[in-house]
Design a binder for this molecule. Structure first.
Ligand code: GLN
Length: 543
């Protein structure tokens, strides 16, 4: 088994997740069986209880794991489904250690960070490799070197190299190499300091990925190699590129996968990047643009909608349009009115969310889409709002609401199901992960999916209240997807509309570069078809 550990230094947000995913893709395309894993040094057991403002999106795996958003990049780049075990937080590690201590599992020993916490971390790295046929385990360590809480993880990586041998363990360190405009100079000192920080804890990086705005000339590469004690070909330029999908190709041109297989003594041929290259060519050739509004609560933090952004990219490429997302704060729709806040958009998406803030604006945006025949996709809370809006404005149930916002409301068209109270506990009490959904023949959903049974990922507590299904249906809302026993509503749509569909699950989590999600594909296609002659070009919408 071969192990690659990816760390980051100097500053955060350098794109370690994309780097890890790109390395995974390159090795996979060289014929290797790769598993990607993320360690997060924070103490939450999983990111499920964190606000999107803190953490960005919570990515949900098929098995219901609430994981770091980097797992989304891993799944999309490798086109592989991962599980909750591929995302490990310090909270999860400490929880396991403490539980073992309470049950007497340490046989009277003093329980310590070294060796007990580090052993637990190593066990989790090895467990990923031991699952099925894996050649290389790639583990990304969240945070930045120098963080106190990251130390046990780095120490565990150091021990892994000591135990498994240098031929089997590789350290890749991602750093920022800033360009100082006033001096017109590229600075290597932060990189030197960051590597020094790693050396202090016994880790000598083998490869440096250098994030930079400008090309790194041979002199700078030589200088970094000398001061950081790595070979020159192992100084890899990670220059800013047009999109995250360009990163693997850029890394390949820099020789990154060659040096990895060389240092790990792996026999593997050249990577097959043809399909990926075709996608990039198609992406680059796009000339048309289409503007789609996302009306949400966390619009200032676009990381909160990471998978939605990527799903739009995938659907855009297949439709040969560039989707320009217009981020609209739901509260602005309430303040300015839908006419003003949503003028000129070719499609509207209302994403998932929690809590009452912004609901009025979301309902308003949905009414606007429904009445003006603007293509609409609602996701999770977006479906719940679409049902509330339909109940109020079409069925005349003026006070229809979700009991999430008002527990004793008179007409909870969205409600908790029987036995769903969980004694007030929040962590891990939602309907999580993949559930089957049966699709009604002859509906838009059936047409989009081209299948009668699908599986999609969930993350919510509330459901459509079955007591209102009759009245909603009689007034023209179609329940085009339900759980196989019919008890849970999964997809709703309106037939008499160019494109109005909403899902209780999160379609964005299953969109892949070569396989856009049907619901996103349909939205982008409908938006493209609908644009009026004044619609902007790709260049204008991306400005
Ligand atoms: N807040 C809603 C629920 O818990 C919707 C959740 C979501 O959109 N992910 O059911």
């Amino acid at each position: 088994m071969k192990y690659i550990f990816i760390t980051g230094g100097v500053v955060s947000s350098l794109g370690k997740g994309i780097a890890a995913a790109s390395i995974g893709l390159l090795l996979k395309q060289r014929g290797l069986r790769v598993a990607l894993q993320k360690f997060d040094p924070y103490l939450n057991v999983d990111p499920g209880t964190m606000s999107p403002f803190q953490h960005g999106e919570v990515f949900v795996t098929d098995d219901g794991g609430e994981t770091d958003l980097d797992l989304g990049h891993y799944e999309r780049f490798l086109d592989q489904n991962l599980t909750r075990d591929h995302s490990v937080t310090a909270g999860k590690v400490y929880q396991a250690v403490i539980e073992r201590e309470r049950s007497g599992g340490y046989l009277g020993k003093t329980v310590q960070v070294v060796p007990h916490v580090t052993d637990e971390i190593k066990t989790r790295v090895k467990a990923i490799g031991a699952r099925g046929d894996i050649d290389v385990v790639i583990t990304e360590i969240g945070g930045t070197t120098g963080d106190i809480e990251g130390l046990p993880f780095l120490e565990a990586c150091r021990q892994m190299r000591h135990e498994e041998g240098a031929d089997n363990c590789l350290f890749i360190h991602l750093v920022l190499v800033p360009y100082i405009k006033a001096a017109k100079e590229i600075k290597t000192k932060p990189t030197q300091h960051s590597v020094k920080g790693l050396l202090e804890i016994g880790i000598q990086p083998d490869i440096l990925l250098c994030r930079t705005e400008v090309p790194l000339g041979p002199e700078i590469r030589a200088k970094i190699a000398l001061f950081c004690n790595v070979r020159e070909p192992a100084v890899i330029e990670a220059r800013d590129v047009a999109s995250i999908y360009h990163v693997p190709l850029h890394f390949h041109r820099e020789g990154l996968d060659d040096i990895i297989v060389k240092l790990l003594h792996i026999e593997a041929g050249e990577p097959d990047l043809e399909e990926w290259e075709r996608m990039i060519q198609r992406m680059t050739a796009i000339e048309e643009g289409v503007r789609i509004a996302v009306v949400g609560k966390y619009v200032q933090i676009q990381d909160a909608y990471k998978s939605i952004i990527e799903a739009f990219t995938h659907a855009g490429v297949q439709n040969d349009v560039q989707v320009a997302v217009q981020w609209v704060d739901a509260e602005d729709v309430e303040k300015l009115g839908a006419d003003e806040a949503l003028r000129g958009v070719a499609g509207i998406l209302v994403p998932g969310g929690f809590g009452e803030r912004g609901i009025v604006g979301k309902l308003e945006a949905i009414r606007y889409a429904r009445e003006n025949e603007i293509p609409f996709l609602g996701i999770c809370l977006g479906l719940q709002c679409a049902v509330i809006e339909f109940a109020r404005d079409v069925c005349g149930i003026k006070d229809a609401l979700s009991s999430e916002f008002s527990p004793n409301c008179a007409n909870p068209v969205i409600d908790l199901m029987e036995g769903q109270t969980h004694g007030g506990k929040k962590g891990g009490t939602m309907r999580l992960g993949a559930y089957p959904c049966q699709i009604k023949p002859g509906t838009l959903a059936a047409d989009l999916y081209g299948a009668s049974e699908i599986r999609e990922r969930h993350r919510h507590r509330w459901e459509v209240n079955n007591e209102y299904r009759d009245v909603l249906e009689r007034n023209g809302l179609t329940f085009s997807g339900t759980s196989p026993d019919g008890s849970l509503v999964e997809i709703v749509e309106i037939a008499d509309h160019p494109y109005f569909i909403a899902s209780q699950f999160h379609p964005e989590l299953r969109s892949r570069p070569h396989r856009p999600h049907p619901l996103f594909f349909g939205l982008v296609r409908a938006a493209k078809a609908q644009r009026n002659s004044h619609s902007p070009s790709a260049r204008q919408v991306s400005a």
